[in-house]
Design a protein around this ligand. Structure first.
Ligand SMILES: Cc1cc2nc3c(=O)[nH]c(=O)nc-3n(C[C@H](O)[C@H](O)[C@H](O)COP(=O)(O)OP(=O)(O)OC[C@H]3O[C@@H](n4cnc5c(N)ncnc54)[C@H](O)[C@@H]3O)c2cc1C
Ligand code: SF4
Ligand code: SF4
Length: 468
C-alpha cells in the first residue's frame, strides 16, 4: 500500500493542499525551487500522515474517482471515459464583451455568478491573483471579485489554507478546482461534517496537465521580461480575427506597466503537447472529466467550435439543480447552447485521453519494469500502442522532466539561453516524430473550412429571418 510518504518521496505530490487541510495545517505545503507546491512531511506524525493519505489524490489509501462518484451520483448513467453524467452540452455566454474576457465560453463564471446572485452560496473559492505567488486560491464574495478572477490560471495552486480559513464560519460556498483538487476536496468533506455542509457545489475545470510557475516565467522572459519584473500575466488573450485556439499570452512588465504579448503557439513550450513544466503527478492522472465534481467545464475543442474566436465550453453536469440553472439561463437568452453526444464530448479532449489512457498504461509499465513505485490507477500497466508511440510517450515524459531542471538552472545563471539550449532540441525531436500525416492535416483544414461555411450560411439565414 502506498502512503503519502511514497507520494512525496517519488515527486508525485501535486501540491493540492488536501493533506494540509485535513491535518489543520500540520502538514505544510510549500512552493519549491522548480515552482511547484509540495507537501512537507518533515514534522508530520504517523497519525498526520494517515490523515493526509486518506485525502491524497495519489495515495492508495484514498478512495478513487469510481468509489467517490458512486457514493455521490449513484443512479445516474455512467461512462468509463467521462464518469457519471446527467446532461452534456457545448455552449457559451451570449455576450461578446463578457466572453472576450473569459478563457473559453465563459460558462464557469456565469454559473458561479448565478449561484452567488441567487444567494445559494455566500462565497466562491477559486483561483485569482494573490499576494506572493502570481496566482492562488482566493474567496470571492461579490460579483466584482468574481469577475476579477475570470480566465484560466495555468499556474500551481494549493487550497489548504483557504479551506481552513472558511471552516466553521457558517457560510456556504462553491469550490472550483481541477480534477485532482476536487477528488481531494470530496475526501476531506467525507470526514469533516462542517466542510461537508459548507461546500455545496464542486465545480470542476477540465485539466490536460498543470504547469509550474516556470511556464509563465519562461514565456515572460521570452518576451523580454525577466521573472523578477513580472507584475502579472494573462494566459488567454483572444483575437476576434483568429480561431479560439490561437490565443495569446501576455505579461505586464512592472518596470513600465506595459503589456507584451505573443501568440502562445509561437513561444517555446507554447504547445500543450510538449508538456513543458508539467508536474510528475500529471503522468499518473486518469481523471479527465473531473468525475467527482457536480459539473465539469472545459473547452469544446472540435473543429466546429474552434473556428469561433469567442471560445466554446464543453459541459458535463451531474446535478439536476445546476441543470435547472443552465436551462433558466437559456430561457432568458443569456446562453447559446447545443446538446452533445458522449462521443463528441470525449472527442473534445482527444489528446487528454491519449495521455491518460494509453500513455498512462505505458508509463506504469515502464515504472514496473524499472522497479519504481507508482500509485495504483484505474488504468492497467501495459503497452497497448505501437513502438513508435511508446517512444513518443517516453520522449514527452523526458521533456517535462528536463524543462524543470533546465529552467531552474537558467534562473540561477540569469540566462534564458540555458533553458532554451536544453529544451529546443528535445522539442524539435518530439515535434518531428509527431508530425501529422499530410492527409490528416488536409482533413483537419477541410473540416475547419467546412464549418466556417456552415456557420456563415447559418448567420446569413438568421439575419435574413430577422429582417423579414
Ligand atoms: C491547469 C489547467 C489546465 C487545463 N486544461 C484543459 C484541457 O486540457 N482541456 C480543456 O478543455 N480545458 C482545460 N482547462 C480549462 C480551460 O482552460 C477553462 O478554464 C475552462 O474551459 C473554463 O472556461 P470558462 O470560459 O468557462 O472560464 P471563466 O469564466 O474564464 O472562469 C474560469 C474560472 O476558473 C477558475 N480557475 C482558473 N484557474 C484555475 C485553477 N488553476 N484551478 C482552479 N480554478 C481555476 C477561475 O478562478 C474562474 O473562476 C484547463 C484549466 C486549467 C486551470
Ligand atoms: S494531498 Fe495533495 S499536497 Fe498532500 S501529498 Fe497528496 S498531492 Fe501532495
Ligand atoms: S492532470 Fe490530473 S493530476 Fe495533473 S493537475 Fe490536472 S487533474 Fe491534477
Amino acid at each position: 500500500m502506498a502512503t503519502i510518504d511514497d507520494v512525496v518521496r517519488t515527486g508525485v505530490c501535486v501540491g493540492c493542499g488536501g493533506c494540509s487541510a485535513a491535518t489543520g495545517g500540520r502538514i505544510p505545503v510549500r512552493l519549491g525551487p522548480t515552482g511547484l507546491y509540495k507537501a512537507d512531511l518533515s514534522n508530520a506524525t504517523s497519525h498526520d500522515k494517515l490523515l493526509g493519505s486518506k485525502v491524497c489524490p495519489f495515495a492508495d489509501e484514498s478512495r478513487n474517482e469510481d468509489e467517490i462518484g458512486e457514493s455521490l451520483f449513484e443512479g445516474l448513467p455512467r461512462d468509463d471515459r467521462i464518469g457519471y453524467y446527467r446532461s452534456m452540452f457545448a455552449g457559451r455566454v451570449n455576450d461578446d464583451t463578457r466572453v472576450e474576457s473569459s478563457s473559453s465560453g465563459g460558462l464557469t463564471t456565469w454559473l458561479l455568478r448565478a449561484l452567488l446572485e441567487s444567494g445559494k452560496v455566500q462565497g466562491v473559492i477559486h483561483v485569482g491573483e494573490s499576494n506572493g505567488p502570481l496566482f492562488g486560491y482566493v474567496i470571492s464574495r461579490t460579483i466584482d471579485d468574481l469577475d476579477q478572477s475570470r480566465k484560466s490560471k495555468y499556474y500551481p495552486t494549493s487550497f489548504g489554507d483557504v479551506l481552513r480559513s472558511i471552516r466553521g464560519d457558517g457560510q456556504v460556498y462553491a469550490f472550483v478546482g481541477i480534477p485532482c483538487a476536487i477528488r481531494s476536496l470530496r475526501l476531506i468533506a467525507e470526514s469533516d461534517p462542517s466542510l461537508q455542509s459548507q461546500i455545496k457545489y464542486a465545480v470542476g475545470i477540465l485539466c490536460g496537465h498543470l504547469k509550474s510557475a516556470a511556464y509563465a516565467e519562461s514565456f515572460a522572459w521570452q518576451l523580454g521580461v525577466e521573472p523578477e519584473h513580472i507584475e502579472t500575466v494573462d494566459f488567454r488573450i483572444k483575437d476576434r480575427n483568429l480561431t479560439s485556439r490561437q490565443y495569446s499570452f501576455g505579461v505586464k512588465d512592472r518596470r513600465d506597466g506595459e503589456w507584451r504579448t505573443a501568440q502562445t503557439l509561437s513561444l517555446v513550450g507554447g504547445s500543450w503537447g510538449h508538456a513543458v513544466f508539467q508536474p510528475e503527478a500529471c503522468n499518473y492522472c486518469d481523471d479527465v472529466f473531473a468525475e467527482t465534481a457536480d459539473v465539469v467545464i472545459g473547452d469544446a475543442w472540435l473543429a466546429k467550435y474552434e473556428i469561433d474566436w469567442r471560445g466554446t465550453n464543453v459541459v458535463v453536469s451531474r446535478s439536476s439543480e445546476l441543470d435547472e440553472i443552465f436551462a433558466a439561463g437559456d430561457d432568458r437568452g443569456d446562453l447559446v447552447r447545443e446538446p452533445l453526444e458522449i462521443d463528441s464530448v470525449v472527442r473534445t479532449q482527444s489528446g487528454n485521453f491519449r495521455h491518460r489512457r494509453d500513455g498512462l498504461a505505458v508509463r506504469l509499465a515502464d515504472d514496473d519494469a524499472a522497479g519504481r513505485w507508482h500509485p495504483t490507477k484505474r488504468v492497467q500497466p501495459g503497452y497497448p500502442v505501437s513502438d513508435e508511440r511508446v517512444r513518443l510517450i517516453r520522449e514527452r515524459r523526458n521533456l517535462s522532466s528536463v524543462s524543470h531542471e533546465a529552467f531552474a538552472e537558467a534562473k540561477s545563471a540569469g540566462n534564458l539561453e540555458v533553458y532554451l539550449g536544453a529544451i529546443l532540441p528535445l522539442i524539435e525531436s518530439y515535434q518531428s516524430s509527431t508530425k501529422m500525416t499530410l492527409t490528416r492535416r488536409i482533413l483537419n483544414k477541410f473540416k475547419r473550412e467546412a464549418w466556417k461555411i456552415v456557420t456563415s450560411l447559418r448567420s446569413r439565414r438568421q439575419s435574413a429571418g430577422q429582417n423579414q
